[in-house]
Design a binder for this molecule. Structure first.
Ligand code: DGL
Length: 282
């Protein structure tokens, strides 16, 4: 029997990166995915660059132990703060979400006014502004940090009055500035797509960094000749750094992802087959 092709390694601080995993499964159904959600340390969005770099490198090492052929940073915060470090220290290609999202925003805008929402760290890094302006220096970028959204999403409050109120507070100044394109610059936010679209209205296009990242992964694998044979059916394995029920609920209900048993490995534990490992499921 031929051994299975190596997996794509994907990580995020929590459940948000599953929006990227779901998009990869749709676009590349033959690929195996090994997903790590750093649920013990979510959220990343208020943390400093050295901390986010350290967390990202620890997870990258784990993904490399799993023989990942490429590492997908399915987190805008880690993409904005840690991708250069990961690229210089990892022996496999590293794909972040910021560059594909910025390119999609440039392709989408008609009036040259783009809004970006993300975590405090992503917005403070200026990563989207830089990437968008590198592609088109004439575009005006309006950015707003939205630190309350990730906790609401991790709690599964996708359709809720409180979430609508918080969104209104964050989006009102952006919408008032005449944007025609809004980048969901956090991989958690596609889970609020319905609520965001209602407030933004039909005149604003939403750019989903998850979908665009999955397309970039397809191109990267093709270019490096790393694609799995298209006729196979890929698998999804999920590992978390702490047990959380909300994660499984969101995977199953909001994303229809077939997450079965989830293994839990506190980071810093020596290897995947240790006493520290255990599994749980719905
Ligand atoms: N989903 C992540 C992002 O795209 C992380 C959010 C967080 O942990 O604060 O930024």
């Amino acid at each position: 029997m031929t051994p299975p092709p190596p997996p794509i390694g994907v990580f995020d601080s929590g459940v948000g990166g599953l929006t990227v995993a779901a998009a990869i499964r749709r676009i590349l159904p033959g690929e195996d995915i090994f997903y790590v959600g750093d649920t013990a340390r979510v959220p990343y969005g208020g943390k400093s660059r050295p901390t986010v770099e350290r967390y990202s490198l620890e997870i990258a090492r784990w993904l490399l132990e799993e023989k990942a052929k490429t590492i997908v940073v399915a987190c805008n915060t880690a993409s904005a703060l840690a991708v250069p470090r990961l690229q210089s220290e990892c022996p496999v290609p590293v794909q972040g979400v910021v560059a594909p999202g910025a390119a999609a925003a440039v392709a989408s805008t008609r009036n040259g006014r783009v809004g970006v929402i993300g975590t405090r760290a992503t917005i403070a890094s200026g990563a989207y502004e830089r990437s968008i302006r590198e592609l088109d220096g004439g575009i005006r970028v309006h950015s707003v940090p939205c630190p309350l959204l990730v906790p609401l999403i991790e709690e599964g409050l996708f359709e809720d009055k409180i979430t609508d109120m918080v969104l209104h507070r964050y989006l009102a100044p952006l919408l008032g500035s005449g944007i025609d394109t809004l980048v969901l610059g956090c991989t958690h936010y596609p889970l609020l797509r319905g609520a965001i679209a209602r407030q933004a209205g039909p005149g604003v296009r939403l750019v989903d960094s998850a979908e665009n990242c999955a397309l970039a992964v397809r191109d990267l694998l093709q270019k490096r000749q790393l694609s799995a044979p298209p006729e196979r059916t890929g698998t999804l394995r999920v590992a978390l750094t702490d047990e959380t029920e909300g994660f499984l609920r969101t995977a199953a209900q909001a994303l229809a992802l077939p997450v079965g048993q989830v293994s839990v490995r506190p980071l810093g534990a020596p290897g995947p087959q240790t006493q520290a490992d255990k599994t749980f499921g719905l």
